[in-house]
Design a protein around this ligand. Structure first.
Ligand code: SF4
Length: 482
């Protein structure tokens, strides 16, 4: 784009009634909720929201800074957007979220096109950041960014973060949902007070802070009144919910309150800490009509020595006992876990124990992560860092073992009928795509099914499974589902 057209372009922008804001949301479900809250603030401030980044005036990239791969994704996304800015089509870039919280200064030094940084405690300032970026961009209408002096550049970067803001009132705001209309994440707390040696989240997001039960229930009712059928309850550690405000877990109380909401169909709980799954929590889940028997329990490993070096509470025996108890108390339940392979000092024997654990316990859903040496974490300073090729080989072995378990599990579903929440239609229009209680959104596979009649997103349809694959199943509508 020539200087001339760029000027014309910017003049058009100046004259347009309102700015167009684009949002790229990276990372976990908790980060997605923050993006949705920011979109709500942006809309209420009168800005136009565009899903097409190419049409945006200002782009917010809500980043993740958890592990190496997510940091790379954040940087690459910012670089892609910076490319767009260099063409003059974009007036401003805002880096938000965990990576911005952790490396705000480094990001703006590395990517001079980034105009503002909104940390993990600064979401409620997103509109001030937009205003600041826009004002700055107007100042440099003629200048190309790289022509500006470093001093001039540093003067104009807006940083928005306020570690003092520990309350979670920003989560009470209106959300622009970015998930399919039939489900939404319900963030019940922020931060984490556990101290797993490999994890930087407590240093990024601060200590554990629960939202009061009544505020969570109020938000849940708002979401359901907008047609949401499934609520996916998230936090860094959902079992710890309420312990910071009442000294004991309020998860049972919250589930009972959510279970009483009329139009809600499904409640799914993620991120349960293994040694905090008390009988009270199991009873509350068992008693509730709408809480699906799906337990997401990040174990991270099964070997006692590795768990100790990870500073994870509990041990291999306790984890096996929790799994056994859940399967006895709630037959047909689904257990999902996430595991870390290649943790510093992990021996071949300890790896083989984890492999054996997968084969013997046959967990329905497993995610495996290669250990990422995170700056500032105790594990990063440990000796005996495992060689990258060994980590990769162990990762492949664990995934291969789990693929077999997952395929056999899905094969056991053939011929059975499950209520499926319709999320979308396949591109060729032949199949509806949805999830039963056995699939968490964005983590697990899907249910593809041929229907007897037209359905809308959010319908719940009885589907008979006909074909199994490693992760997905295919079936057909049966009986007279709603
Ligand atoms: S529980 Fe452990 S891994 Fe999870 S966020 Fe907290 S410190 Fe990190």
């Amino acid at each position: 784009m020539t200087g001339e057209t760029m000027k014309k372009e910017n003049v058009n922008k100046q004259n347009r009634s309102c700015l167009r804001i684009g949002m790229i949301s990276l990372g976990c479900a908790k980060n997605r909720v923050d993006s949705e809250i920011m979109l709500g603030l942006i809309k209420n401030a009168g800005y136009e929201i565009t899903n097409d980044i190419e049409l945006a005036d200002i782009v917010v990239v809500n980043t993740c800074g958890f592990i190496e791969s997510s940091k790379e994704e954040g940087i690459n996304t910012l670089l892609d957007v910076a490319q767009l800015k260099k063409t003059g089509r974009l007036s401003g870039i805002i880096a938000a979220g965990c990576l911005a919280q952790r490396y705000g200064k480094e990001i703006t030094a590395l990517i001079p096109e980034v105009d503002a940084v909104v940390g993990a405690f600064g979401y409620s300032n997103i509109c001030d950041a937009i205003k600041c970026v826009w004002e700055c961009s107007k100042k440099v209408l003629t200048d190309r960014p790289e022509n500006r002096s470093a001093a001039e550049k540093s003067r104009s970067i807006c940083y928005f973060d306020d570690r003092e803001i520990t309350d979670l009132d920003y989560l009470e705001g209106e959300r622009i949902l970015t998930t399919p209309a039939c489900y939404a994440y319900l963030k019940i707390a922020e931060g984490c007070s556990n101290r797993c040696t490999y994890c930087a989240i407590p240093s990024i997001r601060g200590p554990y802070r629960s939202r009061p039960v009544e505020k969570v229930v109020r938000e849940a009712k708002k979401l359901i009144s907008r047609g949401v059928k499934e609520l996916v309850v998230v936090a860094q550690d959902t079992t710890m919910y309420g312990t910071d405000i009442s000294g004991k877990s309020l998860l049972p109380e919250l589930l009972e309150a959510l279970d009483g909401i009329e139009e809600l169909a499904f409640i799914r709980i993620l991120y349960l800490y293994p040694d905090e799954i008390t009988d009270e929590i199991i009873d509350a889940i068992g008693k509730a009509k709408k809480v699906v028997p799906y337990f997401d329990i990040p174990l991270q490993h099964i070997n006692d020595n590795v768990l100790k070096r990870m500073n994870r509470r509990g041990n291999g025996k306790m984890y096996r006992d929790v799994i056994k108890k859940l399967r006895e108390r709630i037959p047909g339940c689904i257990i999902r876990t996430s595991l870390i392979t290649g943790f510093p000092g992990e021996t071949e024997e300890e790896h083989r124990e984890l492999l054996e654990f997968l084969r013997e316990t046959r967990l329905e859903r497993v995610g495996v992560f290669i250990y990422s040496r995170e700056e500032g974490t105790p594990a990063a300073r440990m000796n005996d860092q495992v060689h990258p090729s060994t980590k990769k080989r162990r990762y492949r072995e664990l995934m291969a073992a789990q693929q077999e378990v997952s395929y056999n599990f899905n094969s056991s579903r053939v011929g059975r009928v499950f209520p499926v929440l319709v999320e979308s239609v396949s591109d060729d229009g032949i199949f509806y795509i949805g999830r039963s209680y056995m699939e968490a959104p964005e983590e697990d596979g899907s249910v593809f099914f041929a229907a007897k009649k037209e359905h809308s997103i959010g319908d719940i349809v009885d589907v008979k499974v006909l074909v199994a694959e490693e992760y997905d199943v295919t079936g057909e509508e049966t009986g007279d589902s709603n």
